[in-house]
Every structure is written in C-alpha cells, then in structure tokens.
Design a protein around this ligand. Structure first.
Ligand code: ADP
Length: 419
C-alpha cells in the first residue's frame, strides 16, 4: 500500500493561497504588460517550482522558468523595456505579500514569507545576472557593428582618395600633354593651327569637370542638400533626348537601342527634369559601357499604381549577385581599379563609381527607387543586366502657380487624360 504523504505546514499554506495567488498575479501582471495567453499556466508552473524549491531547500528549481521568462524578452525589449523580468519578479514579491496578508493568519503569513523570500531573492539574482549578461552581449554586438561601420567608412575614405586621385590624374595628364605640345609649337614659332590640340585639351577639361561635378552631387545627396525643381515632363521626352545624346556612340560601338512605347510613357508627371535625366543618363551610359560591341539596350516600362517603372536592359557582361547591392553604394566598384580608365562610353571603361549612387540619390529624393536584376557576371556569355527605375507619377504640383499654369497638360482636347 502506498505510503500517505502528509503535507508539511508550509505546503498547506502554499496550497491555501495557490488559486488566489495565480488569479491575482495573473490579473495584475496582465494589466499594463503584454503577456501571453498561457500566462496562467506559466504561473501554475512557477508556483509548483516555488513549492519544490521550498520543500527541497534548493532554489535552483526555479532556474528553468526564470531563464525561460528572461529569454522571452527579445532584442527589441532590451532596447525598449530594460529589466522587464526583474520588474516582473519584484511585482510577484509584492503581490505574494499582499495575498499572504489577506488570506492567511499572521503566523502563517510570516512562515510563508520566511520560506519564499530567500527563493525570490535568489530568483532576482538569477534574472538580474541573466539580464546584465544579455545586455552586455547586446551592447558588445552593437559596438562591433559600429566598429565595422567605422572600418568601412575608413576604408571607403582612403579608397575614395586613391580612386579620386586616379580619376583626376588621367584627364590632368591629358591636359598637361596638350599644353606642353602647344608650348613646344609656340617656342618653335609654329603656333598656327592649334585647333586639334585645343579640342583635346577641352576633352580633358570636360572630363575633369564631370568628375568634380559628380563628387559635388554625391556630397549634396549625402547631406540631403539635393533640391529638386519639379516641372511637368514626359518620360518619352527624356528618353528621346538621351537617345540623341548617345547616337554617335551607339553607331560607333554598333549597338542597338530598342526604345519601346509603353502606357505612361507620355503621361505628364512632375519631376526635376535635368536631375531625372542625369539619373537615366548614368544608367543608360552604364548599359553602353558594360555591353560589348554589337549588343542591344532595350528601354521599356509600365504604368503601376502611383508609379512608372522604367527598365533599361542590356546584353552586357552582367553583375554578380553579391555585387548587385554594392554598386549603388559610393565607390561600390572599389577594389577594381583595373576598371578605372576615365572612359565615358568605352567598353568596360569604369569611372569613379559615382554614377549609380547619384542615380539612386536622385530617385530617392523623388520618392522613387532603383535596383538591378542580373543572372550574374560573365564576360563570355554576356548574361546582361536589367535596371529597374521606379519613378513616382506625381500628376499634381505642390506649387499652386505651377499647377495653374500646367493643369491642362496631359489632357487632350476632350479633357481626357493622356496615357
Ligand atoms: P562607374 O563610374 O564605375 O561606371 P557606376 O556607379 O556607374 O560607376 O557603376 C558602378 C559599377 O556597377 C560599375 O563599375 C560596374 O561594375 C557596375 N555596373 C553598372 N552598370 C552595369 C551594367 N549595365 N552592366 C554591368 N555592370 C554594371
């Protein structure tokens, strides 16, 4: 016959307050704190372990539930609600005293508190240690992140100096060369026909100006100083103008530019024309640069709710997946100084790596975005790249005078909107 276990006085006391304790603690802590539905069940488990700890005299019985609770506080809790579990235990202590006072005789209450207080104190220590360790680990992780960021900034700073110096040096050498040739001719008294030398010099100066302008643009974007001047434009106008700009290069590189007509192409939308053209020019020039002679560049688009999505697809060398996010960062192609040749449209004539960061800055300033799709990088198979450019289709100007001036645009004579 199984031996009947007689409960000790403290067990009787615990059994007496159990239902009230669970209800009270559950009710009080559910208020104002986001607790899970199974909280009462958890409190039951807490109470059982508390009893185990008291009867065995070993508070370590509480470890499992305390650590479970502590772990359930996530990284965001760490930032927003520090010391959540210590707070919870402190509330549990206060509520236990309250319940003991209401439900038990003085002596029973004293016995109960004498038994539970050491366990609770132990619990607070465990939780506080755990919370402290987690916070220290969290802070170390944050510090590591900051350190990595600083290392990256440092790297990109010195890389910037080397790329900028290299980029500026090439046209400078060109200018120096022409200047010294002109000097020689002058010395020899042969300074009659300097036209071609001057033209060469101007090419170098233009290149210098472009690089310096790009650097200024990047710094304006970085400092949120890019000011947009919204005017009504059609995407087709910009594409047509850009196609004229690239005509000669396209012919000499035997490329085919296939501009598709799409819904939204001729819709009048408010944007900063010169800036948007600059962004599109950078993408289209890249498509030319990274596509071998004889390739195709297809410009297409579609109308989406609130946006026009433009795509520039080439049959070029493509971009490897790990590199696709980097190219929109400043000097994203760093480390590939091999590509820097100051060639604007030459095949693989990489520049200072500012074209795409500027394009992204301009699009984001408009409220749009830009990203790339490419199966990968392969100079033999030429898998190609497709740049997606999302342009917000603002049909109303924020400037009332501008709106008055242009509100008939985009409507034909019947007042219908042009798509
Ligand atoms: P860059 O001045 O070097 O052209 P960009 O910011 O315009 O700088 O482009 C960054 C890098 O992205 C380029 O160096 C090139 O490696 C890659 N890239 C951009 N467009 C293409 C493209 N259409 N096809 C393949 N690679 C490209």
């Amino acid at each position: 016959m199984p031996k009947k276990v007689t409960p000790t006085p403290i067990q009787k006391v615990l059994a007496k307050i159990r239902p009230v304790w669970i209800a009270r603690v559950g009710h009080e802590l559910a208020r104002g704190m986001e607790v899970r539905l199974d909280f009462e069940e958890q409190l039951g488990r807490f109470f059982d372990l508390l009893e185990q700890s008291i009867t065995s005299g070993d508070p370590a019985w509480m470890d499992s539930i305390l650590l479970d609770w502590a772990k359930s506080s996530t990284e965001t809790d760490l930032e927003e609600q520090p010391y959540q579990i210590s707070f919870l235990i402190n509330r549990v202590i206060a509520l236990t005293i309250q319940v003991a006072r209401e439900e038990l005789t003085k002596q029973q209450a004293l016995d109960l508190l004498a038994a539970v207080i050491p366990i609770y104190t132990y619990g607070l220590e465990v939780v506080a240690r755990y919370e402290m360790e987690t916070r220290v680990a969290h802070i170390s992780r944050e510090m590591e992140k900051v350190q990595k960021q600083m290392e990256r900034v440092d790297k990109s700073k010195s890389a910037f100096i080397s790329v900028a110096a290299h980029e500026l040096k090439t046209p400078l050498t060109l200018i120096e060369g022409y200047a010294s040739m002109m000097d020689d001719l002058m010395q020899q008294g042969k300074a009659t026909n300097m036209d071609s030398l001057l033209a060469g010099m101007n090419t170098g100066i233009d290149r210098l100006r472009t690089i310096v302008d790009d650097m200024i643009d990047v710094s304006m974007i970085d400092n949120d100083l890019l000011q947009l001047n919204f005017q009504p434009m059609q995407i087709s106008q910009m594409i047509d103008a850009l196609c004229i700009e690239i005509e000669e290069t396209v012919r000499s590189r035997k490329l085919m530019v296939d501009v598709k007509d799409f819904v939204g192409n001729r819709q009048w939308i408010y944007l900063d024309g010169p800036r948007m053209m600059q962004a599109l020019r950078n993408v289209i020039n890249n498509a030319i640069k990274y596509t071998p002679d004889g390739g195709t560049i297809a410009i297409d688009g579609r109308s989406l709710p609130g946006f026009i999505e433009l795509t520039v697809a080439d049959t070029g060398i493509g971009i490897s997946p790990e590199y696709q996010g980097l190219i929109f960062e400043k000097f994203g192609q760093l480390g590939r100084v091999d590509l820097h040749s100051s060639g604007k449209t030459k095949f693989k004539g990489g520049g200072p790596g500012l074209g795409l960061p500027i394009a992204r800055g301009i699009l984001e300033a408009h409220g749009g975005s830009i990203w790339v799709d490419s199966p990968g990088y392969d100079e033999k198979k030429n898998p190609g790249s497709t740049f997606h450019i999302l342009i917000p289709a603002r049909t109303q100007s924020t400037d009332p005078r501008m709106a008055k001036l242009f509100d008939t645009l985009g409507k034909n004579t019947d007042g219908q909107v042009v798509k």
